[in-house]
Design a protein around this ligand. Structure first.
Ligand SMILES: C[S@@+](CC[C@H](N)C(=O)[O-])C[C@H]1O[C@@H](n2cnc3c(N)ncnc32)[C@H](O)[C@@H]1O
Length: 223
């Protein structure tokens, strides 16, 4: 998968790029490319935003600046870009990111993530360049960098070669294998700690019983 991120703060992704599953995904052929609109702005002094028409607090990311950044990177009119790849504007009020959307995006060959800052995007960026508008939750963060990492993290770990154990991604919260339910509880050594005992069924070595118990636990966690 080809993930391009349009961000005013590319350095924010340094930590993310070093995470094991991201390193694995990149080694397996995925790419993570950071595009800084400041490098392409047609305005002087590296300007990328402006005061909102109609007044109000904060600055708004300019449509001409994002147009120039996308055009410089892709070599085409960004209006056409969304016909060949998902161009996702990250906003607090977009479609909520969930397991279904992550699974959908993991099937894509390439996606572009647009990170807002300050007061957000000039609406024409969303109307004319984006194919999707996605939120990671109904709260407001300072910028789209963390949402972009959340989305990329969830998508990349679905790809083959990303996780040390491929099975880890099969049977986890909200997966088909668990019928869409949250994952069952896990325990490890010691089997007893301060009087808190691990459920007996997990110590018995009967795989069918363990599986039945786990599915039952998963179902009940949803209530
Ligand atoms: C301070 S926010 C702008 C909030 C905007 N004025 C509003 O009220 O919806 C700046 C940027 O952070 C990103 N952002 C903040 N919270 C987000 C969330 N929950 N999901 C996705 N993106 C978010 C968006 O890219 C947004 O443009």
């Amino acid at each position: 998968m080809n993930i391009d991120v349009v961000t005013l703060f590319p350095e924010a992704f340094e930590w993310f790029r070093g995470q094991r599953h991201v390193v694995n995904s990149l080694a397996a052929g995925s790419t993570l490319t950071l595009i800084n609109p400041r490098d392409h702005t047609p305005l002087s002094g590296g300007q990328v935003d402006d005061a909102p028409f109609g007044g109000g607090a904060g600055m708004v990311l300019r449509v001409d600046v994002i147009d120039a950044a996308l055009r410089a990177h892709y070599g085409e009119d960004p209006v056409d870009l969304r016909h060949t790849r998902r161009v996702i504007a990250l906003t607090p009020s977009g479609r909520l990111l969930d397991e279904r959307l992550v699974g959908e995006l993991a099937q894509e060959r390439a996606i572009t993530l647009l990170c807002g800052r300050y007061e957000g995007f000039d609406e024409r960026i969303i109307e004319h360049f984006a194919s999707d508008v996605v939120s990671i939750g109904r709260y407001v963060l300072a910028g789209g960098e963390l949402p972009a990492m959340v989305l990329a993290d969830a998508v990349l770990r679905k790809l083959p070669g990303s996780l040390g154990h491929a099975a880890s991604a099969l049977e986890e919260s909200f997966s088909e294998a668990l019928g869409g339910f949250p994952e069952y509880p896990h325990y490890t050594r010691p089997a007893a700690y301060r009087g808190w005992r691990v459920p007996e069924v997990l110590l018995g070595g009967h795989h069918e019983e363990i599986q039945r118990w786990r599915l039952d636990q998963a179902r009940h966690r949803n209530q």
